[in-house]
Every structure is written in structure tokens, then in C-alpha cells.
Design a protein around this ligand. Sequence first.
Ligand code: ADP
Ligand code: MG
Length: 393
Amino acid sequence: MPSIAPASPCSSQRAKAFFKSQFQCSPRWVADAPGRINLMGEHIDYNDGFVMPAAMDRRLSIVAGPISSDEIILCTEQDKKVFRFRLNDPLLPRGDWTDYVVGVLAHWMELNASVCGLAISIASDIPLGAGLSSSAALEVATATLLEVAWEMRLHPRAKALACQAVENHYVGMPCGIMDQFAVTMAAKGHFLLLDCQTNTFEQIPVDSHFPSLLVINTNIRHALTEGCYAERRSQCESVLLVLGQTSWRSVSMTQLMDKSEELSDVQLRRGRHVISEIKRTRDAADCVRKGNMMELGKLLYASHQSLRYDYEVSCKEADWIVDRMGGLGEGGGVLGCRMTGAGFGGCVVCLVSPDAVSDIIRQLDSDYRKKFNLEADFFLTSPSEGCRAWIPS
Ligand code: ADP
Ligand code: MG
């Protein structure tokens, strides 16, 4: 039976221990940020839609201490190499993981924060590139650290937007706002229903009868993700242009179908996903509010089929898991499941009865290995709190 627990000790303890081993002293500041699962609303944050993520209980921790030189010394447990950046030199993107951190540092320098040299170390329990938003966790944890270390606090909304701008313009990934918002605003025991047209949100509490959230990592990561993501964005923009609209929120399915002769088959399917997913996300939020888990499960399956056939961002491994879970059905303790995150690999999120979890994992684990000659990772998670910073005792 595969392990479902995060690495022990937790990321903040490991980041502190790593800091001590690298810099022979204890860090002065600690910050962390969670990964997230998205329960509903995929690829519609950049289409003015709604999304409904929750923070996971797996986190990325970043710790720092002041140094006397005008330098940033940066290391992550993931890649033991030490990187040095001079604060007086232009901080340009390098095309590696340090961009997520240095992009945020460069932004904080522009804000006239009380800049000082820092030694920084990072440790994380969020799988990288698995659609669980390790990149936003890295940006937001860095920003949260700088709020205390460089004494420049931002409103949480401004912080999330600043981190998205870093990912868009410094890293070069044209992501929407969901990940940075989820990681910043999430509240323990709640889903975050975010309106991506207005950037306003509602915290929806999860009651004690909410099923278990089982995350299954396909361990597939396609290199094409960034190009495909940008392509989906521009396809959606091109459909809006044909429809003579500026926002997907004002487009109905009837309006889309009325223009079907002017749209290609691909454009029609992209539009159909966006419009149906916006509705599904509102409906799913209603299900969480009312505790209607059967209906919520059906919406998850419907979302997956839309992402698979209309938006074409799934992969055969995620499809196989969703079909297999559907086959187990309610009798086997599965209420619903779908891919989560940008897709092209990554993770599947499933709503399951707590007492069926071990049986489900046992079956899926060996069947997945046989089918794809690959290990899947399984873990349970629950809605957790967003980013935070503290001074260790
Ligand atoms: P996701 O956000 O779904 O995990 P992305 O491709 O958007 O996938 O972001 C993953 C990238 O974020 C990694 O390739 C790496 O550059 C960076 N990253 C995330 N976590 C860490 C970490 N703990 N240490 C170093 N880099 C990290
Ligand atoms: Mg990311």
C-alpha cells in the first residue's frame, strides 16, 4: 500500500534544518504557503469565470536571515546548489526555478521596501509540476517572507496579483489568477469560490460530513504544457471576437450555437467548455453550500469529460483513472472525480467515502502500475489555511 502521508518532518522544520546546514546559524524569519487543489472551474480563471479551489495541507516553506553583504544567497532542498544574486545588479530572469523567487524580490525592491541582503532556504511537500500549484506557493511564500523581512506589507489581493504578474511577465507563464489567489486567501475548512471577473470571493465552509479528498498524481508531466496553455487562451479570445463579446460572462450557450457556422469545430468545443464550466462551478458551489454530495460528484465527472473532449487538456493516464473511479462508483465509495490543475498530466481529485479510501488506493495502485508501467502517488488532503509568516522562537 503506498504512503499517503507528507514527508516527515514537515517542510518548515526541514527548511530550518537546511538553512542551519548551509549558513551555520538559525533563520530569523519563516513563511509558508500551501499547494492547492481545484475542485471545480478549470481553465476559466483567464476567461472571467468562477473557480473553486482549496488550499492543501501540503506546504512550501521558505526561511531567511539577514546577511551583511548586498546579496541574496538562495538554495532549495530540491536542488542543493547555492545561487547568489547581487542586489545592485539588474535582476534579470535566468530561465530556471530561481526566477519565481527573484521575480518577487525584484518586485518588492520596486516597492521601496527596506531592502537588505538575505540568506534564504526552501523546502517543500508540494510535488513540482503536478498541477498543485507549487509555483504559486513559491511566489506567495517568498512575498509573505519579504513582508516581514523587508517590512513592506501588501493587501492580500495586491500580493496575489503581484505574484501572478511575476509568473506572467518574469517567468513567462501566462497563467490566470486562481493559483495565487487560492494560495494567498484560502481559509482552513473552506473552499474559495473566486469570481475571476471581479476578483471577489466567498469562503464556503465544508461540513463534517464532507467526503474525503483523495488526490492521485499520474506522475505525467508534458513539456508542451506552456505552449498548449497559451494556445487555449488565444483560442478562447478568438471565439469571443467572432461572438462580438468582451467577456465570457455575457455569453450564453445559445449565443455560441447561433454562431456555429462562423466557428471551427475546435472553437465551438473550446467555447462550450468555458460556458458549461462556468455554470458547473456555480452549481458545484451550491452543492457544497447545501451538502449535496451526489450532485457534486456528477458535476466533477461532467467537468472531466468537458476538459477531455471539448478543451482537450487531459491525458490518457488521468482519463483512465477517472474512468476506473467511475467504474467503482458510489457502491465502491467513489462519488466523483476529475483532473485538477492545467492538465496535460498532473493530478486527479476524487471525492470518496472515508471508509473506502484504503480499498480504492489498493486497487488503483496496482492496476495503474500494470497499465502504464508507472507509479501513481496517492494522498488525502483537507482544505487548509493560506500563506503565513512568523518569527521562530
Ligand atoms: P505547478 O505549479 O503545477 O507545480 P509549474 O510548472 O507551474 O507547476 O511550477 C513548477 C516549477 O516551480 C518547478 O519546475 C520549479 O521551477 C518551481 N518550484 C516549485 N517548487 C519549488 C521548490 N520547492 N524548489 C525549487 N523550485 C520550485
Ligand atoms: Mg504553477
